[in-house]
Design a protein around this ligand. Structure first.
Ligand code: PAF
Length: 283
């Protein structure tokens, strides 16, 4: 696998490629990421991954400085999984106008209003940072296919809108969430959890499973279900950000008329913020 650090080298290496499948990441790779690489190998002739901890998508009090950086282990996993190229730019390479604190002349993307709900409500600017870096990475890699994990469902939604509204000739594929045997969704942030918290963390998934069962049995009092789940988690020491049942295709609050639904949640256990979701059909 080729390691590339600069835009110039990336462009020259990819010039002759015709069917690129791209998996953008922030590193600290786990089996969920590796499943995305496997999916990329099924769809493309050249698999490109990127590792870049994007400062624009972190809020001032978030974990940018502590975000786990495990480059050598990540490169080994990518090589074993069969990636052809990994692009590992530094901040200066990606954002020449950003001084680490101020954007200065850096141009950014404003996502649609739905990006200010759910995760966007407690992480203002997050999806603008995601959309901006993904747009830049797309322009650099110029893939035919790009693959993202469904665990970040709202992110996938925003990226699909980016592609649709900016007419990018890229097919977005969403890979299924990979879970521990306990049900806990794999995430780089699980590494922050103590063993006791990791055992408790599966409750987030369990709450979602309970809501799915209730809706499938005909209970469409979504607000009641959300509130009950939120109360259960709060009693177990979680700080709940949101639990919300939405229409999967629009991310608007679910109505009785919607059949394809998604229940999404974000909550903090100690100082670790976890997210998860399950998409399902009501009938
Ligand atoms: O999902 C992630 O790891 C990041 O949000 C992404 C898509 C790589 C953009 O920085």
């Amino acid at each position: 696998m080729q390691r590339i650090h600069t835009v110039k080298e990336l462009r020259s290496s990819l010039k002759a490629q015709k069917n690129i499948a791209f998996v953008p990441t922030m590193g600290n790779l786990h089996d969920g990421h590796i499943a995305l690489i496997s999916l990329a190998k099924q769809h493309g002739d050249c698999v490109v991954a990127s590792i870049f901890v994007n400062p624009l998508q972190f809020g001032p009090n978030e974990d940018l400085a502590n975000y786990p950086r495990t480059l050598e282990a990540d490169c080994k996993k990518l090589t074993d999984a069969g990636a052809d190229i990994v692009f590992i730019p530094n901040v200066q390479e990606m954002y020449p106008d950003f001084d680490g604190e101020h954007l200065n002349q850096t141009m950014t993307i404003t996502p649609p209003p739905i990006a200010a709900e759910l995760c966007g409500a407690s992480r203002p600017g997050h999806f603008s940072g995601v959309a901006t870096v993904v747009m830049k990475l797309f322009n650099l890699v110029m893939p035919q296919i790009a693959i993202f994990g469904k665990k970040d469902f709202q992110q996938v939604y925003v990226i699909k809108e980016l592609v649709r509204q900016f007419n990018l000739p890229i097919r977005i594929i969403a890979g299924d969430t990979v879970r521990e045997t306990s049900g806990l969704a794999m995430s780089s942030r699980n590494g922050y959890l103590t063993p006791a918290q990791k055992a408790e963390a599966t409750q987030l998934y369990q709450c979602l499973v309970n809501i799915v069962h209730a809706v499938k049995q005909g209970n469409t009092r979504f607000t009641d279900l959300e509130q009950a789940a939120s109360q259960t988690l709060s009693q177990q020491g979680w700080l709940v950000d949101y639990i919300s049942v939405r229409a999967a295709s629009t991310l608007k609050p679910a109505t009785n008329q919607d059949n394809e639904l998604i229940v999404l949640a974000a909550a903090k256990l100690g100082s670790t913020r976890l997210i998860d979701n399950i998409d399902f059909c009501a009938k």
